[in-house]
Structures are given as structure tokens and as C-alpha cells.
Write a protein that binds this ligand. Structure first.
Ligand SMILES: [Zn+2]
Length: 603
């Protein structure tokens, strides 16, 4: 069998982080075949220009070299030649993130978007991929993990794989190495967890917990599951956090401490974070990989694909990621309320929520969310964070106005039937229309406020109506992320200057100066390195320790370096505002509504 497009990927020089990749076109364009590498990878909305990691390119046909030249930053064109045409690239790979490609003698991971040339106008052709084992005895125990369909390769082996078209080819990331493996079935579908990197995880427990989670998601949208198999590709590092969704797999980067340890049956905060990430990416299997914005059907990989709908695809997914954990019993109700309290706290602390709407945040993801700077907290709002809270408001509004007969769950299942199963893209107002249609609730004014204005969300009233008390208290320290009641009764509250900062030796460097804060008022700026408070060195305890002894209303003198110039500021300390959210269950009749919301319903 010879398919129209044949690729090989060879981890040729792991110690130099170099892959050798070939693409053979059976019937090249007679006027000269063009090839391009994607400018971005679906799921991560930033132009990354993967072509910048291409070290060399050459072309040949029937053993003879063919001239090939670049026509723009991501595109090459080969001279007209006889069939078949093979292009060979050397690609540098040292990006450990979920959206990149990585290779060293310890392990390898790649997204096809980083390695595989896309022959123009042949995107819909079937592809074959040969994954070649690196040379040398060192690599004898390496295996391959990917959700791509096997052709000649044995399970977990090097060899031949196939994809229906280019889009599918680059939607199956591949991991190689001496991988730890765990397997389970969810609703009959084989699932696999492959872990690269050193760790001491209890993989049997991981498989058990993920099985429960995956079955919950599959049943939420309705059996059968849309994929034949599914693979979690996990890179465990000292520190790290990230995930990228695909139609039959996900790439996750986590801290090895986030994985469950042997002999521990408890879901601690770190493992809860990992489960939340896995839940998020798995929910995307439906919501964004199959229910997609019209702007992504098909993906235009040469340039930005603008949509105001990321609030729905990332926000709704963020809402259901933790909600699924409590609904399937992996965490308890109080844990869920803590997580939700934290999400509200993060939102309440971003002054930018009064400047940027959720629709704008989605549309400008390409230049703002993915390119944050020192002013981001003042000027932007997260479509993940606010998006998840809008999903919460939407769900609770529907539940309240239909007396619990309908919910966001029904909207998501209707989206699945109308868009997911058909492959029709969701147009820019599609989510709003289907939500009204399915529930019979008039939502136009609410959507206008939540998506297209910066008005505050009606969180407190909606939560109250569902049996949850929401209170806001001042932060107790800069590491207080909310979700928990105050630990100490501190007279006068924490004194603060309204900044985000990082310690740098004996200095405290301001990373962000928040609008409306004391530091802003006093003329301080991001980048200022505070060396002394009232003439005394800040020291390794940091600004927090120094200010802990002060009270709001006091004025302090700060000395800070701006670049190499020493400046003096008089700063009047503020009391920490009540922006730290704590949620608790209300006693009484509303408990039933809370139970229904957190237990979920199966449509
Ligand atoms: Zn996501």
C-alpha cells in the first residue's frame, strides 16, 4: 500500500535535539509543489511560526536533487519534477511544552504541527507515517505512545501509522521513551496513560481514578464515546503545568508531585490539580475538538483564526472540569466549593475585568492572553476564568428559571447533537441561540451583560438561590488564594501596596502594579526592585514579612532601583480589599438544589 502522502520521522541526533523528517508526495503539483509548516497549533492561540525551528531543507526525486526555495516565512516551493517528490527537513526540538516538540536521549515528544510539512492543496489526502527508532543500544527499550491508528506498527511500537488527512496527522501527538504505562477501559473504550520523566506514581490508582472520570464525561454527552481509543501523554517534571487537547489524546505536563503517590488513598491539593487538568482536556474531546467554532472549520493554519467564542470552548470546559470531579465522586462538595471560591477570588482580583469584555478577551487571545505583559492584570480578563464563571451563571440561571427542569448540561448535549455529531461549525452567536432554544429561557440581556459588557456577574445571588453562601473577606497574605475561611482574626487587616512581586535575592521585584493600588498611587512601576522599607533592607523574608508588622493607613518610605537609578517613594499602605471569596453550604431547604447541581443529571 502506498498512500498519497508518506512521512517518516527519525530522532536522528537526540543529544543535539534534531529530528530528521521526510515528506514524500506521490503526485506533486506539476507546476512545482509548495509545502508549509503551520503558523500555530490548534488549541493554543498564538502564532508560533514552527518553521523557525527548521534547520535545513532539501528535496529530491528518483535519487536526483530538486531545487527548493522559500517563498515566505513558513512556505517552501520545490521546482517542477518527476514523481514522487521527497522533501527532507532537519528540525530542532527542545520545547518541553505540550504544544511543541522535544528530543533528547531521555525521551521524545512531538506535535506534528512542529515537524510535518503540509503539501499545499493535498491537505485532504491520506497520510502514512513511519516512526523510526533512534540508532543505538540505548534506545532498545523505547516504546511509542500515540492515538494515531497503527498500520504496520505493533502496539506501542515503532513502524507504520496512518491518518485520514493532514489535519488528523497533526492531531495525534507522539511520545517516545522508556515510558510508564497504565491501561483501562472507559465505557468499553480502551484508554492508555503513558508517562515520561522520573516519578514514583501509583499508576494503578491513576488508571482507576481516570476511568471513573472518563466514564462520567462519556455518559455526560452520551454513549457511544466519539473515539475508538484514547491516550493520556504525560510528561512529569520537577515543576510544570499544562495541557493540550486532541480528538483522541491529550498531552499533559505536570509536576511529578502532582501524581498520586503509592499507598496514599487521599486526593490532596496537588493530585486534585492534576485530575482537574486531565478532566479539562478530556472534556475538550467533545467541546472544541468536535463541537467547534465555525472559525475553526477548517483550521486556517497559515494565520490567526479569530473567534469571540473562546469563552464557551475554554470557559465552559473550565466550568465542567472541576464540576465533573465532584459529580463523579473523586472530590467532595466542600473541595469543589473551595475550588470555585478560588476561581472567584482570582476573578475579583483582576482590575482588568472592568476594562475588557469576555468577547474581546476571546477575540484578542492571539495578541493578549498568549502574550501577557506587566499591564495584563489591569487591561485584560481571562476567558478561562471569567468564562467559567459565566458558564456557572448560565447554568444556575437556567436551573433557577426552569425550576430545575433544565440546565447547562442540556445545552451542552444539544450542542453535541447539532454541531459535534454533524461537524457543522458553531457561528458566533450559536451558543447563545441554542441555549435559549433548548431551555426556553430568555437569555439575551444576560448574554449581553456577561459577554459584551464589563458589568459584575450576579454570582452572589445565583449561588444563594442554590444553597451556597458567598462571602468576601480581605486576603490574609499574598499566598492566600481564597476558598477557605480566614485563619486568623487580624485587627485592621493585612496592609498592602497593590502589587504582584517576586523575590530576587535580597530584593523584591515588582512584576505587576495594580490599578487603584497604593504603589500605583505613589508612582511605582513594574520592574522596580525594592531594596529597603523605611531605611531597612527588605531581605529574604520579602515585602510580605516586612509589611506584616505595619497597619493600613501608615505611610512608609520605599527605596527601589528602577534600572540602575535609586528612587524613593512615599507609600500610604492600604487595607487589603474584600476580594477573597469563601463559599459555604447554606442550611435549609436549598440543599436539595445544591445537591442536584453538584450531582448532575444524565440526559
Ligand atoms: Zn482548554
Amino acid at each position: 500500500m502506498s498512500l498519497p502522502l508518506r512521512y517518516t520521522v527519525f530522532p536522528e541526533r537526540p543529544e543535539s535535539h534534531l529530528y530528521r523528517v521526510t515528506c514524500t508526495v506521490a503526485q506533486p503539483d506539476p507546476s512545482g509543489q509548495a509545502f508549509a509548516l503551520p503558523a500555530w497549533i490548534p488549541g493554543s492561540y498564538l502564532v508560533r511560526d514552527f518553521a523557525r525551528h527548521v534547520v535545513s531543507v532539501r528535496a529530491e526525486s528518483r535519487g536526483k536533487p530538486v531545487a527548493i526555495e522559500k517563498t515566505d516565512k513558513n512556505t517552501w516551493r520545490a521546482q517542477a519534477c518527476a514523481a514522487p517528490l521527497t522533501v527532507t527537513c532537519e528540525v530542532y526540538a527542545r520545547d518541553l511544552s505540550v504544544r511543541g516538540a522535544y528530543l533528547d536521549p531521555r525521551h521524545a515528544f512531538f506535535n506534528g504541527a512542529c515537524l510535518f510539512l503540509r503539501p499545499k492543496d493535498l491537505e485532504s489526502s491520506a497520510c502514512e507515517l513511519e516512526i523510526v527508532r533512534p540508532r543505538g543500544a540505548h534506545y532498545r527499550r523505547w516504546t511509542v505512545a500515540t492515538a494515531m491508528e497503527r498500520a504496520g506498527a505493533k502496539a506501542g511500537g515503532f513502524g507504520s501509522y496512518v491518518a485520514a488527512d493532514y489535519d488528523e496527522l497533526i492531531d495525534h501527538p507522539v511520545m517516545m521513551g522508556e515510558l510508564a504505562l497504565a491501561r483501562f477501559r472507559a465505557c468499553g473504550v480502551p484508554h492508555e496513560v503513558a508517562i515520561a520523566g522520573r516519578h514514583r506514581a501509583d499508576t494503578a490508582r491513576l488508571a482507576r481514578d481516570l476511568e471513573r472520570l472518563c466514564e462520567h464525561h462519556i455518559r455526560f454527552f452520551g454513549e457511544p464515546a466519539p473515539m475508538k481509543r484514547y491516550v493520556f501523554l504525560v510528561t512529569a517534571l520537577g515543576e510544570g503545568y499544562g495541557g493540550l487537547e486532541h480528538r483522541a489524546s491529550t498531552a499533559l505536563v505536570c509536576s511529578r508531585e502532582d501524581l498520586p503517590s503509592r499507598g496514599d488513598a487521599h486526593v490532596g491539593e496537588r493530585y486534585r490539580t492534576f485530575l482537574g487538568l486531565a478532566s479539562h482536556e478530556y472534556f475538550h474531546t467533545w467541546n472544541v475538538k468536535r463541537i467547534k467554532p465555525a472559525a475553526f472549520t477548517p483550521y486556517d493554519l497559515d494565520r490567526e483564526a479569530y473567534t469571540s467564542l473562546l469563552w464557551a470552548f475554554e470557559g465552559i470546559t473550565s466550568y465542567y472540569d472541576d464540576l465533573a470531579l465532584v459529580r463523579c465522586g473523586l472530590i467532595e462538595q466542600k473541595d469543589y466549593l473551595e475550588l470555585l471560591g478560588r476561581a472567584i477570588t482570582t476573578y475579583m482580583r483582576a482590575p482588568g475585568r472592568a476594562r475588557q469584555t469576555l468577547a474581546e478577551a476571546s477575540f484578542d487571545a492571539w495578541i493578549k492572553y498568549y502574550r501577557p505583559d506587566e499591564n495584563s492584570p489591569n487591561a485584560t480578563v481571562s476567558y478561562y476564568g471569567k468564562g467559567s464563571l459565566v458558564a456557572l451563571c448560565l447554568d444556575l440561571t437556567i436551573r433557577a428559571r426552569t425550576r430545575g427542569r433544565k440546565s447547562l448540561d442540556d445545552v451542552m448535549r444539544a450542542m453535541w447533537r447539532r454541531y459535534g455529531l454533524t461537524g457543522v461549525g458553531v457561528d458566533e452567536r450559536g451558543v447563545e441561540c441554542i441555549a435559549e432554544e433548548v431551555t426556553g429561557v430568555e437569555l439575551e440581556r444576560s448574554f449581553d451583560e456577561w459577554l459584551r459588557s464589563t458589568r459584575e456577574l450576579p454570582l452572589e445571588a445565583l449561588l444563594e438561590a442554590h444553597g451556597v453562601d458567598m462571602t468576601l473577606r480581605p486576603a490574609e497574605s499574598s499566598s492566600d488564594r481564597g476558598g477557605k475561611p480566614a485563619g486568623s482574626k487580624r485587627a485592621g487587616g493585612l496592609a498592602m501596596i497593590g502589587v504582584l512581586a517576586r523575590a530576587d535575592g535580597d530584593e523584591t521585584v515588582l512584576t505587576h502594579v495594580l490599578d487603584g493600588g497604593a504603589a500605583r498611587e505613589a508612582g511605582m512601576a513594574a520592574g522596580d526592585a525594592i531594596v529597603a522599607v523605611d531605611g531597612m533592607r527588605v531581605g529574604r523574608g520579602g515585602l510580605d514579612a516586612t509589611l506584616a508588622k505595619r497597619r493600613a493607613g501608615e505611610t512608609v518610605t520605599l527605596h527601589a532601583f528602577r534600572r540602575d537609578e535609586l528612587l524613593e517613594f512615599r507609600v500610604r499602605l492600604q487595607a487589603a480589599p474584600a476580594d477573597t471569596c469563601v463559599l459555604s453550604e447554606l442550611a435549609g431547604a436549598k440543599g436539595r438544589l445544591l445537591g442536584r447541581w453538584l450531582r448532575g443529571s444524565r440526559g
